[in-house]
Design a protein around this ligand. Structure first.
Ligand SMILES: *Cc1c(COP(=O)(O)O)cnc(C)c1O
Length: 563
């Protein structure tokens, strides 16, 4: 306003624009950091607004912050809101006049932290210069926190400078958000059983030795009323008529559906519901994009962020292998397959975009072949989002969950598919482990290395060439994609797989093909397939977010049930 009143309209406008920028665009990166100052400003803006709101409400209720730790629980959903910690410290120190120890004790009672990834490239670290320039008072508080943390760690690990440097909030001229969270929070949890074990052995191993009692697990869950009650009316009708409507209020009641696993009539009805949902999706796709797909083919679906660790390229390699096989054996007994992809890529993620181009062009190659297109199709959905996913989940039959073991913290897409009766074709990663345990491993198709095998292979020195050399199919597929067609090739993807292959696609390729062949066999036996589908639905109740939130309330927030 001052600039405006002084007639400096340009400067008034640019300040206005710069202020608006704070909440205009949320960074669309996923599992990869971008060290942009605007992002840091956004994080402080949103954290400070939330803390301000919480403090104001609490003061209005109690007139003091003395009991803040008893009445307020703040669950840090990843490290993005970490600045809420030094911001609350600032209010307690500067505005309430508490001393450091008292302020810190309140923060320890209030804050709990949920970790979402162990991949190094995704761990948030801010350059100390940027941090100091952007948030001068917050910087001072973090520096003091670092000094006290180091002193405290020196007591517990005397002389172990390596450990202390690794655990401290500041190191290598960077502010390390995950270390601030781990140091301050009374609780540190992962989002699946496997992931919660992995964080204790890897990124937070030293913090686990420092405060083991803080480490917990809360397996993720999904919005049950969205992903079943509102999206799959056909399945709900079948459930109403078999197990009653109690499941609508309590997801655990889905377990009653287990009683119908050998009921041929119910299994046939389940198949009919799925076919109807597939027809609905096919109609929607035709209307909205003009693409025609066959509802009698297997709907094999991989929808999730585009990322090398999720290995959409492993899926593409198998489709290319099936294409080459059908070229050689056009009359092979092959259950027609529709591969459906959906994914958003971070704008600056070059390899992700090469993977998307490769999948789309492979789809066009198949489409141009009048024989093979009868048996294989690829559909790449544009603008993948929750609304589209709500249409797709009820129509899905194969749930592709093929991340490198140890990289997917939990996954939630896997739970949406399970609830809607799709069979998981997956590695034992994230919540896939608990999905297979709940439904029975015989009701999923599991393949690939286990986490310890991945770690061993890495320790020995992984060379993808060793997995390509003796494998004719792998060699032929890589050659096809490397050479390309119609003047386009996918050398960047294949070269990456031949040389570094950071997510070990080649090491799991052969077993993935075996698993895909198993899917074909199982699908032919309709009763078996329908029973597997039923077992998935019936045992998916624990993946309701109602259960996750109950776990947080009981194990972390100490918040009792309200009548
Ligand atoms: C559930 C969901 C995700 C998460 O999928 P994962 O397979 O767990 O990575 C991503 N995007 C959308 C739109 C979703 O609905």
């Amino acid at each position: 306003m001052n600039s405006f009143n002084a007639g400096e309209y340009g400067s008034a406008m640019s300040k206005n624009a710069s202020a608006e920028l704070i909440s205009k665009i949320l960074y669309p990166n996923d599992n990869h950091v971008e060290g942009k100052i605007l992002r840091l400003r956004q994080q402080y803006f949103l954290s400070a607004a939330s803390i301000g709101d919480i403090v104001q409400m609490h003061l209005a209720n109690y007139g003091t912050l003395e009991n803040l730790g008893e009445k307020v629980a703040i669950q840090l959903n990843d490290t993005h809101p970490t600045l809420a910690i030094p911001e609350l410290m600032r209010i307690l120190l500067d505005e309430c006049g508490y001393d450091w120890d008292k302020s810190f004790a309140i923060c320890q009672e209030v804050f709990a932290y949920t970790n979402h990834t162990v991949m190094a490239e995704a761990l948030e670290k801010w350059s100390l210069d940027i941090f100091k320039m952007t948030l001068p008072r917050i910087y001072q508080i973090v520096v003091e926190m670092d000094r006290r943390c180091r002193a405290e760690l020196e007591e517990v690990f005397p002389g172990d400078q390596g450990k202390i440097d690794y655990m401290a909030p500041i190191g290598n001229n960077q502010v390390r958000m995950a270390n601030i969270c781990a140091y301050v929070s009374h609780s540190i949890n992962g989002v699946s059983k496997l992931h919660s074990e992995i964080i204790k052995d890897s990124v937070f191993n030293d913090y686990y030795l420092f405060k083991p009692q803080a480490f917990k697990n809360v397996t993720n869950g999904i919005a049950y009323r969205r992903w079943l009650l509102s999206s799959n009316k056909g399945l709900c009708k079948l459930l109403d008529e078999t197990i009653g409507d109690g499941y609508r209020y309590d997801a655990a009641e889905l377990a009653k559906f287990n009683d119908f696993a050998a009921d041929k009539q119910v299994l046939d009805r389940l198949e009919a519901v799925k076919l109807e949902n597939k027809k609905n999706f096919a109609n929607y796709l035709a209307k909205s994009t003009g693409q025609v797909i066959d509802p009698n083919s297997i709907f094999d679906v991989q929808v999730k962020r585009m990322h090398e660790y999720k290995r959409q390229h492993l899926n593409a390699l198998n489709i290319a292998a099936q294409y080459l096989y059908l070229k050689e054996n056009p009359n092979a007994d092959f259950v027609p397959k529709t591969y459906i992809f959906g994914a958003k890529a971070a704008p600056g993620y070059y390899m992700a975009k090469q993977m998307i181009r490769m999948i789309c062009k492979l789809g066009q190659l198949i489409d141009a072949d009048p024989v093979i297109r009868q048996k294989l199709r690829i559909v790449f959905l544009e603008e993948y989002c929750v609304s589209l996913s709500e249409r797709l989940m009820p129509a899905s039959e194969v749930s592709e969950q093929i991340s490198l073991a140890g990289t997917e913290a939990s996954g939630t897409g896997n739970m949406k598919f399970m609830l809607n009766g799709a069979i998981t074709l997956g590695t034992l990663d994230g919540a896939n482990v608990e999905i297979a345990a709940a439904a029975g491993q015989e009701n999923e198709v599991i393949f690939g290395m286990l986490t310890p095998e991945v770690n061993n292979l890495k320790a020995m020195g992984y060379h993808p060439g060793a997995f390509i050399l003796g494998d004719d199919v792998a060699s032929a597929v890589l050659n096809l994609l490397e050479r390309g067609w119609n003047g386009e090739n996918f050398y960047e993807v294949t070269n990456n797989l031949r040389t570094s292959d950071p997510y070990m696609v080649m090491a799991d390729f052969k077993d993935y093909r075996r698993a895909q062949a198993d899917i074909q066999k199982l699908y032919r036996d309709r009763d078996t397939w329908n029973r597997m589908s039923l077992k998935n639905i019936a045992n998916s109740g624990i993946f309701s977010a109602d259960r996750s939130v109950t776990d947080y309330a009981r194990d972390i927030w100490n918040a009792p049930f309200v009548k």
